[in-house]
Design a binder for this molecule. Structure first.
Ligand SMILES: [Zn+2]
Length: 424
């Protein structure tokens, strides 16, 4: 702990004070997403990186280490279930990933991890990178304390059909793509079993399927199913046997339902989901992870920077439909996690999605729960993250103002503690 804290202090330009193993955090106001309540004047006691008590504010021992957030609203560290830290940001060139070495991607990943943590996101589900295992290595480097970033649940690579939404596209037919960009490209169900086993063998925490075409991959259509239901079921069976789970990128209504029938735990995007799909998600307890902010970013930035016309068309075809589907899913009581697809737009702007979630039907507390307790449940990490009751990691953030009155204050996180270390 001491070593890690010192290392952290050395890595942070604005050196953080070395913290003793017991610290107290005074919270002016504490948002408790487990109870759906707000409590004034709380004292959070942290030992060895975990919360051990949350009480009414009270005197502390004279020599105690205290972080005084009495002028702030305090929340558990936020969770983003859909980020791509270990890749180049989206650009007008769909073949852009071929212009960067694996080594460069590692440094880019370290930068993006730091940016994400500073924005208040202390846990992320990193759902794919073109260089296989870039996310696994980043996760391990953060866990060792070599670089700072959020806790990462990694998928290793995209599981996709050849030329599908999880492949690098947009290059000449005689260009040979590096092998580490094809670790998750599958030919059939048997091949899916082999490749998914390999992903776990090399450190994946869970599996990411590309069930349909994608907005930002050339020659694929979001409405079209890509992986077959049999291939998806093969992946789910391997994951279940290993005590893990599967999430599926799926825009089109048929692909969404096929993925749910195959047994996935979550659907990402769900842009063109129909009423039957919403009912199925509700009945099966499948989480929908809908990135309802980034369509606006792609439309504005993409147009200004002359992104390919088919990308902008596909974005237009999915943006409003997805928001309408989200509003229906909120009304239907479907489990909705918080996932943004950061990487499609700049990392660190993740919290911009909150106001869209409120605009399309959630209460501010529901939106906060989506990014804390609900996402922690989906990860299977609810004993460790997503709340500040005793036993959880001391991952917390401080904002000025009241996010329940104005959810956009979460876009301006002033302070961050991760595992008891003040990192911002
Ligand atoms: Zn994505």
């Amino acid at each position: 702990m001491l070593t890690r804290t010192l290392l952290l202090a050395a890595l942070c330009a604005s050196a953080t004070p070395a913290l003793a193993d017991t610290i107290y955090v005074r919270a002016g106001r504490l948002i408790d997403p487990e109870a759906g309540k707000v409590l004034d004047h709380r004292l959070i006691r942290v030992e060895n990186g975990r919360v051990v008590a949350v009480t009414a504010d009270a005197p502390v021992p004279a020599d105690a280490q205290v972080i005084d957030w009495s002028g702030y609203t305090v929340l558990p560290g936020l969770i983003d279930m859909h980020v791509h830290l270990a890749d180049v940001d989206q650009s007008e060139n769909v073949a852009e990933p071929l212009l960067h070495s694996a080594m460069e991607i590692a440094y880019i990943g370290a930068r993006n991890a730091r940016t994400t943590l500073m924005a208040g996101f202390t846990t992320v589900h990193n759902v794919g990178n073109f260089r296989a295992y870039a996310d696994v290595e980043l996760r391990n480097a953060i866990a060792r304390g070599d670089v700072i970033g959020p806790r990462i649940s990694a998928v290793g690579a995209y599981v996709t059909i050849p030329g599908g939404g999880g492949e690098v596209t947009g290059f000449a037919p005689d260009v040979e793509v590096p092998a580490d960009m094809r670790a998750g490209v599958v030919a059939d169900a048997a091949d899916t079993t082999r490749k998914v086993n390999a992903l776990f063998q090399h450190g994946a925490d869970s599996i990411k399927l590309i069930a349909t075409g994608a907005v930002l991959a050339q020659g694929t259509e979001p409405g079209q199913q890509e992986l077959s239901e049999d291939e998806m079921r093969a992946a789910v069976e391997v994951a279940k046997a290993r005590g893990s789970w599967v999430t599926a990128h799926a825009h089109g209504a048929q692909g969404i339902k096929a993925a749910m029938r195959a047994g996935v735990k979550a659907i990402e995007h769900a842009s063109l989901i129909d009423d039957e799909g919403i009912a199925m998600a509700k009945a099966k307890g499948v989480w929908l992870d809908m990135d309802i902010y980034d369509g606006d970013y792609i439309a504005d930035y993409g147009r200004a920077h002359h992104w390919p016309a088919d990308m902008l068309r596909k974005n237009d075809e999915t943006t409003q439909a997805q928001r309408d589907g989200f509003a229906k899913a909120v009304k239907a009581g479907v489990k909705l996690s918080f996932g943004t697809d950061a990487g499609v737009y700049p990392h660190g702007l993740n919290a911009r999605q909150f106001k869209y979630m409120v605009r399309y039907g959630m209460t501010p507390m529901q939106a906060i729960q989506a990014a804390t307790t609900v996402s922690a449940d989906l990860l299977g990490w609810s004993k460790d993250v997503g709340a500040l009751s005793p036993g959880h990691y001391a991952d917390m953030i401080a904002v000025r103002g009241d996010p329940l009155a104005d959810i956009s204050v979460l876009e301006h996180v002033e302070h961050v503690i991760k595992g008891g270390d003040l990192v911002k």
